[in-house]
Design a protein around this ligand. Structure first.
Ligand SMILES: C[S@@+](CC[C@H](N)C(=O)[O-])C[C@H]1O[C@@H](n2cnc3c(N)ncnc32)[C@H](O)[C@@H]1O
Length: 211
């Protein structure tokens, strides 16, 4: 982290707000703005958050679903537990074959909403970062086909680049409505955008057990 980066972060309004409100990441505001505008998550729902460390999105999701709902965070890195009964955690690689089964087992059924803020370690080579990001988004798309309820919603991070349009076309096969979003809290200089898929078309079937 350079001094310039640290100084810029201190001036950032969402960074300050997140500190003030006790959110673990400024990214929390990207999800908050989207859920307020599109009613992405509702009280009582089950939400799975892929790539959830340190946990800002988990905090927003658990507020949105309330005490009757359930939020499950998945990350390859350890997430500091959150002190709420409606938040559960799985430490796993998104590419692990048995992950859909584990998600269904933790949620005791399919999810109403799948979130993915999965992101690779940025190396600064734009084409490599973009390819890795889309690969993670495709992994999220494969998982949601096994864990999302008919009528459910998804919100998935992507980076601009040549694969973006192809990803949108692939994902659009599964949702009645969709759009690409750039929440206000997403830094203008960042190439990130989010795919919002509303009203999942497929009927949920329990995942095939992986040997
Ligand atoms: C931008 S951060 C998520 C921030 C989070 N939404 C929040 O508000 O705190 C992206 C996360 O994706 C996770 N990630 C990247 N590759 C992964 C993989 N293969 N399996 C699971 N998690 C992964 C990283 O460990 C990282 O914590």
């Amino acid at each position: 982290m350079t001094n310039q980066w640290i100084e810029r972060r201190k001036k950032d309004q969402y960074y300050k707000l997140a500190k003030l409100k006790g959110y673990r990441s400024r990214a929390a505001y990207k999800l908050l703005q989207t859920t307020r505008t599109y009613k992405l998550m509702l009280p009582g729902q089950k939400v799975v958050d892929l790539g959830s460390q340190p946990g800002g999105w988990l905090q927003i999701a658990r507020e949105a679903v309330g005490p009757e709902g359930l939020v499950l965070g998945v990350d390859i890195k350890k997430i500091e537990p959150l002190p709420y009964p409606n938040v559960r955690l799985i430490e796993a690689d998104i590419y692990s074959e048995d992950l859909p089964e584990r998600i269904i087992s933790e949620l005791k059924g399919p999810a109403d909403v799948v979130l993915s803020d999965l992101a690779p370690t940025i190396i600064g080579a734009w084409d490599v970062d973009h390819a890795r990001q889309v690969d993670l988004a495709r992994a999220a798309l494969r998982i949601l086909q096994e864990v999302l309820k008919r009528g459910g919603n998804a919100f998935i991070k992507l980076f601009h680049g040549p694969e973006l349009r192809r990803f949108q076309d692939e994902a659009d096969e599964f949702f009645e409505k969709s759009r690409l979003l750039k929440p206000k809290a997403s830094r203008p200089e960042s190439s990130e955008v989010y795919y919002l898929g509303l009203d999942f078309k497929m009927k949920w079937m329990p995942p095939e057990p992986k040997a």
